[in-house]
Design a protein around this ligand. Structure first.
Ligand code: DGL
Length: 264
């Protein structure tokens, strides 16, 4: 039986669009509702309990719109409360975490850098990731305050952003890392910039595709796939002002996205 209900996806803002792109590529038939909590962005400067409270509100909204599956397209919101969301809701929930495991598997010199928000790097989930997958490698964490805001305002390709990014990538290069993990969903929009600062020999890893694959596994495991549909639709909601957030979604997503102001 095809399941035509949408997949609900959220992030603190537009960062989760980097995950959505991979989901759209791998699951073209699914309808998707995306919620950008732009009025409360960045999550990386909030207390975990505030992030959990926002995330629960957003999950309630996405479920009220009939979501069959939720994707927390935000490392920070996942680290803050994935277990809490999973306990509360009966639909399957796919979360994300910085790609430490793939990074320690591919590093050639055993030195890995992780760029993420302060909340993600300070969270228990991240320490447990390191315990499980550090695998004898040295893993250097680098919080990046300010970067999310730059992507949120559509400045992901500006010289100011390049300068800020360099301040965060340089300390990792000084540690001689050969692999850098993009541990925040906003950062894949800066991937080319990171590569040009770090140089062609550094491997850069993000998690969007792995999350989209996991969504595929969950859809088949629970029989939730929308297998009859030709082409799925995306609806975008934001707690921010559509006049500000709409153009950024358009810039990062392309086409003519329908963006609705939905304060929660
Ligand atoms: N995009 C988010 C993440 O993956 C959160 C960024 C923020 O709001 O600080 O962590």
């Amino acid at each position: 039986m095809p399941d035509s209900r949408p997949i609900g996806v959220f992030d603190s803002g537009v960062g989760g669009l980097s995950v959505l792109k991979e989901m759209r590529r791998l699951h073209p038939r699914e309808d998707i509702i995306y919620y950008a909590d732009s009025a409360h962005c960045p999550y990386g400067l909030k207390k975990p309990e505030e992030i959990v409270a926002r995330s629960l509100k957003i999950c309630d909204f996405l479920l009220s719109r009939g979501s069959k599956l939720l994707v927390v397209a935000c490392n920070t919101a996942s680290v803050a409360g994935l277990d809490i969301y999973r306990q509360k809701y009966s639909v399957p929930i796919v979360g994300m975490e910085p790609a430490v495991k793939p990074a320690t598997a591919v590093t050639r010199n055993g030195r890995v850098g992780v760029l993420a928000t302060g909340v993600t790097l300070a969270g228990e989930r991240f320490s447990s990731l390191l315990e499980r997958y550090q695998n004898g490698s040295d893993v250097y964490s680098q919080p990046c305050p300010g970067l999310v805001e730059m992507v949120e305002t559509g400045c992901h390709d500006s010289p100011d952003t390049a300068r800020a990014l360099k301040r965060y990538v340089d300390p990792l290069l000084e540690r001689d890392v050969d692999t850098i993990v993009l541990g925040c969903t906003h950062y894949p929009f800066l991937k080319e910039m990171v590569q040009s600062i770090a140089g062609p020999d550094i491997t850069i890893i993000d998690t969007g595709e792995a999350v989209a694959r996991q969504v595929g596994r969950v859809l088949s495991q629970y029989g939730l796939g929308n297998i009859e549909r030709e082409k799925g639709l995306e609806l975008f909601h934001t707690s921010g002002e559509t006049g500000e957030v709409g153009p950024v979604i358009k810039k990062l997503w392309g086409g003519n996205p329908k963006v609705t102001h939905t304060p929660l």
